[in-house]
Design a binder for this molecule. Structure first.
Ligand code: SF4
Length: 259
């Protein structure tokens, strides 16, 4: 079976090649906040696929969310804002290009058989019949700040769009929509396709390290840092012991780093 390295965890497996190896046998334990984010995505997906029913879907969203978390009113505000942002982006782009377009909604994309994930939304347009532009959007429902620039998850999706289209995108706009985060709600990063494709090599290098460990061709190795926060193997004895021995840190120091 192919080993899949998830785009959403790329920031972690790039920094710590041993993390997929340790995480693979650990059960998924989704936090309440993560489940709430999943539900926000699911309501947004329903609306994006059937925009004429937005008010009905938001009514359902509010009712269901009130039963689960009591936060229905808050969720419909943020979901509506995300949908309006996608709509504004769509109409502005279409006014400028007046060309045919393609939209991807909750679409699985991959850059090869090992690295992939599901992108939230992308609008792909042709400009002057020669250029292809892709505008990606990612809804982040959590409060922790997420940058658009050099966001590995989005870089993978962008490279996955190239593969899906069997054509090279000439220009990307990567966007994070984070209604509950600190700072700006929408952060964007514009980059040419040529520049973006330079990120493929470091991704493949990191993939090869992870696969060598997953296939047990080499001994696992780990690297502690801020990327540990959502790791399932956080505080796993094997990675703690490795860091203790290889990096000369004592348990207390390591645990402080992980807290
Ligand atoms: S907790 Fe940190 S060091 Fe340990 S496996 Fe996860 S990412 Fe690597």
């Amino acid at each position: 079976m192919n080993k899949i390295l998830r785009a959403s965890a790329a920031y972690r497996w790039i920094a710590c090649p041993g993390s997929p190896y340790l995480e693979q046998d650990l059960p998924d334990s989704s936090s309440e906040a993560a489940q709430e984010g999943t539900r926000a995505h699911s309501w947004s997906e329903k609306i994006l696929k059937d925009p004429a029913k937005i008010e009905y879907i938001l009514d359902d969203c509010k009712r269901e969310e009130n039963k689960i978390s009591g936060n229905g009113s808050e969720m419909i505000i943020h979901v509506r804002a995300y949908i309006e942002h996608i709509g504004d982006n769509y109409f502005t782009t279409m006014r400028e290009t007046r060309s045919k377009n393609l939209t991807f909604i909750e679409r699985k994309v991959a850059i090869n058989k090992h690295i992939g994930g599901t992108l939230d939304y992308a609008l792909i347009t042709k400009w002057l019949n020669t250029e292809i532009h892709a505008s990606l959007r990612d809804l982040k429902y959590g409060k922790g700040g997420v940058a658009a620039k050099e966001n590995w998850q989005q870089i993978i999706y962008a490279l996955g769009i190239d593969k899906e289209l069997k054509k090279k995108v000439t220009h990307y706009e990567i966007g994070i929509f984070q209604p509950r985060g600190r700072g700006k709600t929408v952060k964007t990063w514009s980059i040419t396709g040529k520049e973006l494709r330079t990120y493929k090599k470091p991704l493949i290098d990191a993939q090869n390290k992870c696969l060598s460990i997953l296939n047990q061709d080499i001994e696992p190795y780990y690297n502690v840092g801020s990327h540990c926060f959502f790791c399932k193997a956080r505080k796993h004895n094997k990675c703690l012991a490795y860091i203790e021995i290889q990096q000369g840190k004592n348990r207390e120091e390591i645990e402080n780093l992980l807290d």
